[in-house]
Design a protein around this ligand. Sequence first.
Ligand code: GDP
Ligand code: MG
Length: 452
Amino acid sequence: MSSHEHPHGRPENVLGFTEDSKVFIHDAPLKDMFLHPDVKHRKIVAFSIIGAYRKGKSFFLDYCLRYLYAHYPSIKYPNNPVSDQDEWLGDEDEPLVGFSWRSGSDRDTTGIVMWNDIFLHTMEDTGEKIAILVMDTQGLFDNRTSPMDNSKIFALGTLISSIQVLNLVGVVQEDQLQYLQFATEFAKYAASSSQGMAGKCFQSLMFLIRDWDNPDELYYGIEGGKKYLLSFLEIKSEQKKELKSVREFVHSSFEELSCSLLPHPGKFVTGARKLDGEKFNGCHKGMDHEFKDELIFLIQYLLKPDRLILKKFNGCNVKGHEFLEYINQYFVLFQSDELPEAQTIFDATVEKQMTILVNACFDNYKETVYRNRDIIKSENQIDLLHDASKNKALLAFNEAKKMGNSSHEVKYKQMLELEIDKLYEEWGHQTKESMKKIEEEIEKTRVALEEK
Ligand code: GDP
Ligand code: MG
């Protein structure tokens, strides 16, 4: 799908990584956007979506663009003839254009992509003039970008947005929360190194769960999402310290947390089936009805005028030209490698994540042993059970998603093995001892019987 087909705007890759992992910044489009006479003196709403590669982020944003063009004038389309706002979804056959989605097997550049048309609105109640920026973050977590670079981009996105949508598939996983914590911690650090930061640094974060397949338990949308959010962000007294700390961190960093559950979009959207025998063009005719209804509801919820959230830096709203200064400052900071602290924060986060994983895999070993203990009839079977349980735990470790590099992986895998072997020495030894005792008892009984 060519991104140039949109009649009014186009995506601008304003910040990203080159092949050799160097940061690049494109200044000119940023200036065109934020120093535009209609934006320069307006407060900014920065709407952003972030998350792993090829999970329907751009697809979602392109429908957001349809809503925005139907409801707000923009710098490139100031006399937007808003006819029937309820018809914002457009014609059912209309191909989906805007941010490039489904970009084939070749990924786009990793980085931050901004829609170069900015929407304009005057708040009815306060008369405030605001400008709405739309951002997409591309190429994250595709295994070609290092965890550190991924995290930096993630942090930057968090730092410059006021409404951040974190796009996840299926469920929220612990490693994703860890990434979020790293990015947020990093973002806090970057913010405070350019100027002090107090209180909750960031505005709104929505966990957007795609392909939710458990509507019987929690129904789609914001209400189901609210319950889901409560359950996974709940801090429980029996929780391990690492799990607690990441939850406390998320709570203390964002002014507003929300969650929404979206159904699977259907086989045409995922490309598993061809619509009218053709390659799917993104039109909404191809969506499952449930998905379409929820998509409409969610976009209206996120982007209607009274829900728009202004970007604050350091507790203050910023206007277009100030926003440009801030993001330039951050971009330069990221480019300059002048963040030695980043490595420290990163290492600490990796350590936390690995500790959680090692604990979980250790529990996995214990469970397998415990469940199968009764079948042991000989010493040989004790060793076999240990080997099988250990292999299962190590496999779980290998297969889990991890933040660090291979040296982290080796180190923590060794730690896991060590813990398992230590425990085995205890329970294996005890079991063998008690088996010996039982055998001795049996032997004694046999001898006694024979003597009789
Ligand atoms: P991005 O890399 O996250 O921006 O993903 P894209 O927007 O380019 O979409 C990648 C693919 O996922 C496309 O083929 C979309 O049609 C498809 N897609 C869009 N929305 C969803 C969704 O909610 N669930 C699933 N499973 N696929 C989706
Ligand atoms: Mg994309």
